[in-house]
Design a protein around this ligand. Structure first.
Ligand SMILES: Cc1ncc(COP(=O)(O)O)c(C=O)c1O
Length: 373
């Protein structure tokens, strides 16, 4: 039976440059000297940090000194380090979009934080709700440890926050002196021209930590991510790091491949994934009786789909699984795990044929799981 992998946020597998990386490894490993006999240290392989600094400057038009970058094992290590560094006691509050990345929700709960969700709309986290929540917490004598924000191609909703709201976010955080953690891991997965500047590049009076990843433009198997923060904040965070540093082997090979190929690769993978996004929308639109969507994301890897009223979500999950259709349930992305009438469909990893065949099959499953009224 065919399978339909619409569950997890992985990039296009065909564009993974196996051969290019193998050739890069052959070129660079003999040149590394004794680097692989050493621990990488807190910041990691310097040429890779320089390359990521250039990546940032090309996209954002603002320099990011390599000394402010620390390579991590995927961006998830950076995300987790934030809670390890900022959460002191169980029940310390972290603010985040009401719907956010399931991995972050799990990690922060495990670190003992209490997650407080801020409602969001198609422009991201709502600032009226943020201000109100901070005030209410303040009245109860509680100050959030940080705001975790996915302002660019939000996971799961795909929203991108416009500049005015970004400035408002930094203004609110600055007035209350609450650090902001900007998880920017989808920043280069772009299908339409819609750039908004990273929070890190805007004037701010609160600490801002910026997180990026290579998982979404290359592959999660390489486990490369990084965080950026100015000193002394960077060292404060890195005190919690206990792994000896991010793999020099991975960093060196990826660096050698990307130093000439980065933007060609990004352009190529985005062209491929854009076609998949467009096709998935086209197929969803063929079943307006069962699917609605939150927005048409201009970047990222997901469509946040609202199921029309009266669908038995537990029956849907079993029926879809029996037909090898994988999707992510909305509850996984709700800060309190509420069972919401949404599913998240990822379009990066599946082939065009899987999308063409799988979305009508999923629509059929939804129809079969309607609760008779
Ligand atoms: C918002 C967000 N942050 C972080 C991650 C972790 O990615 P990685 O550790 O592979 O860089 C993901 C993965 O899906 C994500 O969606």
């Amino acid at each position: 039976m065919n399978s339909f992998p619409f569950g997890s946020g992985r990039p296009d597998p065909e564009s993974f440059p196996n051969r290019g990386l193998a050739e890069a490894a052959m070129r660079i490993l003999p040149e590394l000297g004794d680097e692989l006999a050493l621990y990488p240290g807190n910041l990691g392989f310097e040429p890779m940090r320089r390359l990521m600094s250039q990546r940032f400057e090309k996209r954002e038009g603002v320099p990011l000194p390599p000394e402010q970058i620390a390579l991590t094992t995927g961006s998830m290590q950076a995300v987790t380090l934030m809670a390890q560094a900022f959460v002191d006691s169980p029940g310390d509050v972290i603010l985040m979009e009401e719907f956010s990345y399931s991995g972050t929700i799990g990690a922060y709960k495990q670190e003992g934080a209490e997650l407080v969700g801020i409602p969001l709309d198609e422009n991201g986290m709502r600032m009226d709700a943020l201000e109100k929540t901070i005030d209410e917490l303040g009245n109860a004598g509680r100050k959030p440890k940080f705001i975790y924000a996915l302002v660019t191609y939000q996971n799961p909703t795909g929203s991108i926050m416009p500049i005015d709201r970004r400035l408002d976010l930094l203004d609110i955080a600055g007035r209350h002196q609450i650090p902001v953690v900007e998880d920017h891991c989808y920043a280069d997965t772009v299908y339409e021209d819609c750039h908004e500047p990273a929070l890190y590049t805007l004037e701010h009076e609160c600490p801002v930590v910026h997180i990026e990843s290579l998982s979404k433009i290359l592959g999660p198997g390489v486990r490369m991510g990084y965080l950026a923060a100015p000193q002394p904040l960077l060292n404060e965070i890195l005190k919690f790091r206990r792994d000896g540093g991010a793999s020099t082997l991975s960093a060196a090979i990826v660096y050698e491949y990307f130093r000439e190929q980065l933007w060609d690769h990004v352009g190529n993978i985005n062209t491929i994934v854009k076609e998949k996004r467009d096709l998935m929308f086209h197929m969803l639109a063929d079943s307006p009786d069962v699917f609605e969507w939150f927005s048409k994301p201009k970047g990222g890897l997901f469509i946040w789909v609202k199921l029309t009223d009266g669908v038995d979500r537990s029956a849907l999950s079993s029926l879809a699984e029996s037909r090898n259709i994988d999707y992510a349930s909305g509850s996984a992305f709700h800060v309190r795990g509420e069972d919401v009438p949404f599913i998240r469909l990822a379009f990066g990893y599946s082939s065009l044929d899987q999308i063409r065949e799988g979305i009508p099959l999923l629509a059929d499953c939804v129809r079969q799981c309607r609760i008779a009224s």
